[in-house]
Design a protein around this ligand. Sequence first.
Ligand code: S3P
Length: 439
Amino acid sequence: MSSTETTQIIRPARSLQGSITLPGDKSISHRYAMLAGIAAGTTRLSNFSTGADPHSSLACMEALGARVTHKPDRTIEITGTGGIFQQPAAPLDCGNSGSTMRMLAGLIAPHPHTFTMIGDHSLTLRPMERIRKPLGKMGARIDLVDGHAPITIHGGPLQAIDFETPIPSAQVKTAVLFAGLQANGTTSLTESIRTRDHSEHALRAFGATLTRSVSSGADTAKLSIAGGQTLTAIDATVPGDLSSAAFFLCAALLFPDTNLILDGVGMNPTRASLLDVITALGGKIKILNVEEHHGELTGTVQVNVSPNGLRGMHIDGALAAQIIDELPVLAAIAPYTTDGITIRDAQELRVKESDRIALVAKNLRAMGATFTEHEDGLVIPGNQQLHGAVIDSGSDHRIAMAFSIAALRATGDTEIHGAEAAAISFPEFFTHLNDLSIR
Ligand code: S3P
């Protein structure tokens, strides 16, 4: 991140009370921004994410020829290119955003230009071979530096492929679907662990046809998308970000007399296993005002905790993949549970915006917790009281926010160093935390 380092002091709290509306979902904002940029006509998006990452996607779409207008109240209007991208005058800067780099690679690869994609230090450490492989099979020539960004894409016509995803990754799936939309023939993709399906809903919302068939077992599914389809602008409201809500849902678990209401939160079933986890840990959740728009569910979530307190659980397999972004905050509150939390099969955490297993371990240790670190997760016993400490966010937004939540029930104050990283997905986080905390 380029902004200067800031520190936030988090004082212990007694409970959380109140109601907030969450800014738009990061994953959906990226996809709407990209598809609006390639569609014909002007798309109007209300409640667009306020996080820096989706704004990196918007800036890239502008560089490719879309017109982006910022209106009041988090509304963005995007006049699309009608399927013809221009040669950008400068490298496409993806900032800290893996979603921008990976998904956009699929969208631009079929266009007859040479594209360079760059990012910040953290993004330059993240694996990119995972998109070169399928896009390369489709005929795209992609240069990486030792498997990483900067990426150079020598774009041109692509051929459809039949691809089996080796790792559960919605970003890779999206890159293939976005390229398949513009390829010759029908592209198919099989995934054995169901990842978030915002791209499928977004593509349909913008007018594309794609099919999903379940072949063997409940989770293995084949998606097919015919090439040569054109997209048309939409009007949409982006649902509130459930991954941002996760910090407050976990905070609610820490105090018996908490009562929180989170309005307009995205409830897409491929993201909502988090709510089952919160319930299994002892949270009591009520969902009201459920609505569906463009295939995405939203609802108002009311949360408090059962008087029996906070239980523990094992998280592994498909569940670990489905709540991958929420694992840092679950790990940060794990010491306060009665039975502890075990997280396994989560090796992907090591290649996110930081090595999240190592940074969670470092910060849990600083707060006085004992636990075992594994290559693919952490085993964190319960019944531990943490103390205030100096926390290193490692410039990772989810680490900064996760340990701000752990700090609410610690003894003494906690200093979150690198707190500005929260703005990558949730710039309003510290203001909401302060407003909701009763001390
Ligand atoms: C995302 C998918 C996940 C997630 C990331 C956002 C998306 O990554 O961790 O924060 O919007 O598709 P992977 O698809 O690489 O697992």
